[in-house]
Design a protein around this ligand. Sequence first.
Ligand code: IPD
Ligand code: CA
Ligand code: CA
Ligand code: CA
Length: 258
Amino acid sequence: MDLRPFLETALAAAYVARGIHQLYQDKGFTQSTKSTPTDVVTQADKEAEAAIRALIEQRHPGHVVLGEEEGQQGEGEYRWIVDPLDGTVNYAHGFPFYCVSIGLEVRGEVVVGVVLDTARGDLFTATRGGGAYFNGRPIRVSRSPKLLGSLIATGFPYDVARDRENLTYLERVLFKGITVRRPGAAALDLAYVACGRLDGFWEVKLNPWDVAAGWLLVEEAGGRITGIHGEPYRMGNRYLMASNGRIHEELLATIHGR
Ligand code: IPD
Ligand code: CA
Ligand code: CA
Ligand code: CA
């Protein structure tokens, strides 16, 4: 299948979303909360998703879109999985680590992925079988052979105050002296694993829109993605472990206290 037209759509949509992020960052935005007081959604999230949907619907009528803010209507073989603004809390504070993430799934397999970092303009792209790229240059995951000395990231769900599961995992990793970051945008965290800026990343309670594009980026860059027990990752799994492959088993074992 020629994936180029779909990659072009994903790129066009990502740059439209970035423009909307920048517009509201400059002029100010309204915001409200969803599941918890820290689960923020802004005007930029909603308008970016509306613009991405309009572009996809115009170019590919009949394709289905799953987006964080508007969900999914209908079913179909071609499904775009969209996080219009990943890292909303960072965005709302002006902390420059947020992005737009767009993946295209065809018959259940992600075949195109684009993650665009709004603040830096860093562009991560991948097509199934065609490799992963950072600003047009091919990327590979890092070569770190062991956990000690690796740079690992995680994230916390919005209900972390009610569900402390990930704090247990974090404690085990920190207790081994491993360096951990919590950058705050899961799609960009995955892109950083793909390009070797991070050696590994895990999170609990992710959604398809956090994962779709980054999953393909990591695999096309030679990395590994599984569930939190090392099982094959499937779209919709809320627990995810990503790494350069080499440290994967050690990170899994550490998280589970082995
Ligand atoms: C969130 C971010 C965050 C992660 C959360 C996500 P949002 O997405 O990716 O880093 O820890 O699990 O929900 O709400 O900013 O798109
Ligand atoms: Ca959100
Ligand atoms: Ca997200
Ligand atoms: Ca989002």
